[in-house]
Design a protein around this ligand. Structure first.
Ligand SMILES: N[C@@H](CCC(=O)N[C@@H](CS)C(=O)NCC(=O)O)C(=O)O
Length: 222
């Protein structure tokens, strides 16, 4: 029995989808974010020194890092097809997207989100004006360019295949789903038809739907 410690509005939602896909026996413990800092609450930080979501508990193990958690769930449930282990080329492609998601795709998106929150908080008017100028310069100099490059890359890839690696979902999709879902929710995919269609494809999957409804049920009790 796996226990997923799920922080609301976080990467841990994609692990619920994986647990549904593999048909694992699991429970979800949901945690609300700290209302002041928007970070993980104290109770979550006590679970693991990193205190970052997701955290998967299994027996004595309390495992952090989405990529490692995905590998562990596949290993424990014998669902090697989700890592395409039988096909070396597809296997390395799954690894590529899994690392791309955490190493390249999400960090500049999170940075941009944090900077936008800073814009909102900057007060009074003249401080906001200066903050906006500085943040615009940071985005123009680096993060905006990286985000644009990444989005163009993913959009072009999704023109070629229904899922990130082949015709059925794999761990590559689990890892990429969170960022794309967040972009879609915030209206940032309107000029990207392939990514938009991909998110709709995820929403139509039975495993995805049951994951989202079990997550909502757990969140309602938090
Ligand atoms: N690379 C890590 C990132 C973990 C991470 O930054 N999680 C965020 C949620 S999306 C978090 O826990 N934020 C709240 C906090 O750091 O207190 C992973 O994939 O697990």
């Amino acid at each position: 029995m796996f226990t997923l410690h799920h922080l609301m509005e976080s990467r841990s939602q994609r692990i619920v989808w994986l647990l549904e896909m593999v048909g694992a026996e699991y429970e979800i413990k949901a945690y609300r974010r700290d209302p002041v800092t928007n970070l993980a609450p104290e109770a979550y930080k006590k679970l693991h020194s990193l205190g970052a979501a997701p955290l998967l508990e299994h027996g004595d193990l309390m495992l952090a890092e989405s990529g490692a958690i995905c590998e562990y769930i596949v290993q424990q449930t014998g669902t090697d097809e989700l890592l395409c282990k039988a096909d070396p080329k597809a296997h390395i492609d799954v690894q590529f997207w899994s690392h791309f998601s955490e190493g390249s795709f999400l960090p500049p998106l999170v940075t941009s989100m944090v900077l936008n929150k800073a814009r909102e908080k900057a007060k009074p008017f003249f401080v906001k004006f200066i903050a906006n100028k500085i943040i615009d310069a940071i985005m123009d100099a680096y993060f905006g360019k990286v985000i644009a490059r990444n989005l163009a890359y993913v959009e072009a890839h999704l023109a070629k295949s229904a899922y990130f690696v082949g015709d059925t979902p794999t761990v590559a999709d689990v890892q990429m789903s969170f960022g794309l879902e967040a972009l879609q929710k915030s209206g940032k995919l309107t000029s990207f038809p392939n990514m938009t269609a991909y998110v709709a494809r995820l929403h139509a999957l039975e495993s995805y739907q049951s994951a989202m409804s079990k997550m909502a049920e757990a969140e309602a009790q938090a």
